[in-house]
Design a protein around this ligand. Structure first.
Ligand code: NAP
Length: 261
């Protein structure tokens, strides 16, 4: 097992995913858009789910017929059932996530504290449940987006870190159920390091810099090298192609994927 990501354009990856269907939630921007682009780049047909029609249409213009935009709420159980039934994805990437309210604990309300439970965790619950119950075809892969915050905590993000840790647990539980029932579905969670490369990450970086009383440049220098959206896209393709799948939890840093535990 190596911590390095293989080239997603390599023949193995392309052979494995060409002509298959992938479904990506949160495809309208950030990591999800990069993941959809990378999957489309290796020949998968990508169904992209998000609420912002204009941004999905823009991605459709960029990727052409290999991309099907679906404007929908990723936390809706009926949407999960309908889209899994219609598309039977070979690769399912549960990436959609709410931007946490960036305030210390005592300046949160219960509603803001629980935002990532209502969106991120609820989404993973409905889609993973559907993937197991339907079930997806043997050989399918389900990838969930957790966060490095699941290990390190995120004191300015309310319940974000706990929600992301729960997504990691849920993914491991699903992997065990798949094995137990002989379904042949692989489940893996990815824990990316904080990066300013997306709207969510940029807000987080700005809030932590302000909290520490340093300017953005100094904060980023201390943070070290940061992930690009493209690295996230190629790493998810790599997992979907089965190159790393000997474990169900992976840290993702600028040096690539590394199995956790
Ligand atoms: N950026 C980081 O540093 C970082 C680090 C670790 C983990 N993550 C995780 O990576 C994932 C992607 O984050 P990002 O940084 O790319 O954030 P982002 O730029 O804010 O994108 C979030 C995506 O999720 C979609 N989304 C949010 N709520 C949704 C809902 N209820 N239904 C459908 N789609 C929804 C958004 O689309 P619409 O608004 O169009 O619906 C958007 O496409 C998240 O789960 C995040 O927690 C990010």
């Amino acid at each position: 097992m190596t911590g390095r990501a293989a080239n997603p354009g390599s023949p193995g990856a392309v052979e494995g995913l060409t002509g298959t269907t992938a479904l990506v939630t949160g495809a309208s921007r950030g990591f999800g858009r990069a993941i959809a682009t990378a999957l489309s780049g290796v020949g998968a047909h990508v169904v992209g789910v998000a609420r912002d029609q204009a941004r999905l249409d823009d991605l459709r213009d960029e990727l052409g017929d290999t991309f099907t935009p679906v404007v929908a709420e990723a936390t809706d159980p009926d949407t999960a059932a309908r889209l899994i039934g219609e598309h039977r994805p070979h690769t399912l990437v549960l990436n959609a996530g709410a931007a946490p309210l960036l305030r210390p604990l005592h300046h949160q309300t219960w509603e803001t504290f629980s935002r990532n439970w209502e969106v991120d965790v609820q989404q993973v619950f409905h889609w993973v449940r559907e993937a197991l119950l339907r079930p997806l075809l043997p050989g399918s892969t389900v990838i969930t987006m957790s966060s490095g915050a699941a290990i390190n905590g995120s004191p300015l993000s309310g319940g974000y870190a706990g929600a992301k840790a729960t997504i990691g647990f849920m993914t491991s539980y699903a992997a065990a159920e798949s094995k137990r029932e002989g379904l042949g579905i692989t489940f893996a969670s990815v824990l990316p390091k904080l990066t300013p490369a997306t709207e969510l990450g940029a807000s987080g970086v700005a809030a932590y810099a302000e909290r520490q009383g340093v300017d953005l440049g100094s904060f980023l220098e201390a943070l070290g090298s940061t992930l690009t959206r493209e690295q996230v896209g190629t790493s998810v393709v790599d997992l979907a192609a089965g190159h790393h799948l000997h474990q169900d939890t992976y840290l993702l840093t600028p040096t690539g994927l590394a199995p956790l535990g």
